[in-house]
Ligand binder design. Structure first.
Ligand SMILES: Cc1ncc(C[n+]2csc(CCOP(=O)(O)OP(=O)(O)O)c2C)c(N)n1
Ligand SMILES: [Mg+2]
Length: 331
C-alpha cells in the first residue's frame, strides 16, 4: 500500500459489519425475487434492493428495548432487527414456522420478541402506531425510542401530519425515518407535492429534521445516532429524510413505465454496498478473502433460511378464524 491510499476508516471492523448487514438484506431479497418467480411465494412482494443503507444505518443505533415500525417494504428491517431469516421466509411461504404463523405474508412481518411492529401495508399506517407506542413509553417514564420508517408517499396522507403534530405537541420519543426514494408506486414526488423538501415539512411542526444521503450507510448511521441520542435524552421527536432509490420495480407487478432507464442507471452507480466495499478496499481495510468470507457466510444464512421455509408446514385453512380474538385472558 502506498502513501496515496484512500482515507482509512476509523473503525474498519464496524464498517465491515455494516457491509455484511447490507449484504444480508440484499441476498435475502434477491432470493425472495427468485422464489417469487418460481411461485413459491405468492401475494405481493416489495423489495428494498438499493435502499439497504437506510435501515442498516438507522438500526445500528437502536437498542433491544426500542421499537421499530416499517412499511410493506420491510423484509430488511425485520432481518436487521433480529428476526431470523428462516422465520421471514417461512412467513412468505404461508408456513406455520413463519414469524406470524404464515398468516401475514411479505407485507405483515411482525415480531413481538424484537419489538418489531410490522410490516404495515397501509401507506402512513405505521405513524400513528409509532406515536401511540411512544406515548405509552413517555407515560410510563421509559427511556425508549420508537423508530418509524415510511416512504415519502406517506407525506400526502393526513395521518402523517396528525402524527407529526401530536408527537411534537406532546414531545414524544419517536424517530421518524422518511425513506425518500422519489416515487410512490408510479408517482414521482415532484408530481404530487408542491414542497419536495420533506425535512422542511417536519420542521414546520417544530421537529428537528434533516436530510441525509441515504446511499451512504455511514452518513445514515451518524445522523441517526445524533437523532436517536437526542430522542432518548428526552429531546422529543426527531425526523430524518433519507434520500435513497429503489433499484427494482415498486412490486413484482410493476412494468416501470414512469422512470427513465438512464435515471435508474445513474442511481445504480451509487449502490450502497459497492460504495462501502470499494471504499474499504481502497483504504486497504477489506481484503479479497474478507469479502469472500462475508459473501460465503451470507449465502449460507440465506440457503439455511430457504431450507427452513421449504421444510415448514402450511398454516391450515380450517383454523382461519383463530386469533381473530386474543386467546390471552384479560389480566
Ligand atoms: C392508504 C393507502 N393508499 C394507497 C395505497 C396503495 N399504495 C401501496 S404502496 C403505495 C405507494 C407508497 O409509496 P411510498 O410511501 O413512497 O413508499 P415506497 O413504496 O416508495 O417505499 C400506494 C399508494 C395503500 N397501500 N394505502
Ligand atoms: Mg417512495
Amino acid at each position: 500500500m502506498t502513501g496515496t491510499a484512500a482515507p482509512a476508516f476509523a473503525d474498519p471492523k464496524h464498517a465491515r459489519h455494516l457491509l455484511r448487514q447490507m449484504l444480508r438484506v440484499r441476498r435475502l431479497e434477491e432470493k425472495c425475487v427468485q422464489l417469487y418467480s418460481e411461485a413459491k411465494i405468492r401475494g405481493f412482494l416489495h423489495v428494498y434492493i438499493g435502499e439497504e443503507a437506510v435501515a442498516t444505518g438507522v438500526m445500528a443505533t437502536l437498542q433491544p428495548e426500542d421499537a421499530v415500525l416499517a412499511t410493506y417494504r420491510e423484509h430488511g428491517h425485520a432481518l436487521l432487527r433480529g428476526v431470523a431469516a428462516g422465520a421471514i421466509l417461512a412467513e412468505m411461504y404461508g408456513h406455520q414456522e413463519g414469524c406470524c404463523r404464515g398468516r401475514g405474508g411479505s407485507m405483515h412481518l411482525f415480531d413481538a420478541a424484537t419489538r418489531f411492529y410490522g410490516g404495515n401495508a397501509i401507506v402512513a399506517g405505521g405513524l400513528p402506531l409509532a406515536v401511540g407506542l411512544a406515548l405509552a413509553d413517555k407515560l410510563a417514564g421509559r427511556r425508549r425510542v420508537t423508530a418509524c420508517f415510511f416512504g415519502e408517499g406517506a407525506v400526502a396522507e393526513g395521518e402523517f401530519h396528525e402524527s407529526l403534530n401530536l408527537a411534537a405537541l406532546w414531545q414524544l420519543p419517536v424517530l421518524f425515518c422518511c425513506e425518500n426514494n422519489l416515487y410512490a408506486m408510479g408517482t414521482a414526488l415532484r408530481r404530487s407535492e408542491s414542497q419536495t423538501d420533506i425535512a422542511l415539512k417536519a420542521a414546520a411542526y417544530e421537529i428537528p429534521a434533516w436530510a441525509v444521503d441515504g446511499m451512504d450507510v455511514l452518513a445514515v448511521e451518524e445522523a441517526a445516532r445524533r437523532a436517536t441520542d437526542a430522542v432518548r435524552a428526552g429531546g422529543g421527536p426527531h425526523f430524518l429524510e433519507l434520500r435513497t432509490y429503489r433499484f427494482r420495480a415498486h412490486s413484482m407487478f410493476d412494468p416501470e413505465r414512469y422512470r427513465d432507464k438512464a435515471e435508474v442507471a445513474e442511481w445504480l452507480e451509487r449502490d450502497p454496498i459497492d460504495h462501502l466495499r470499494s471504499a474499504l478496499e481502497a483504504a486497504g481495510q477489506l481484503r479479497k478473502k474478507d469479502w469472500d468470507a462475508i459473501q460465503r457466510e451470507v449465502d449460507a444464512e440465506v440457503q439455511a433460511a430457504v431450507d427452513f421455509a421449504e421444510a415448514g408446514t402450511p398454516e391450515p385453512t380450517d383454523e382461519l378464524t383463530r386469533f381473530v380474538y386474543s386467546e390471552r385472558s384479560a389480566p
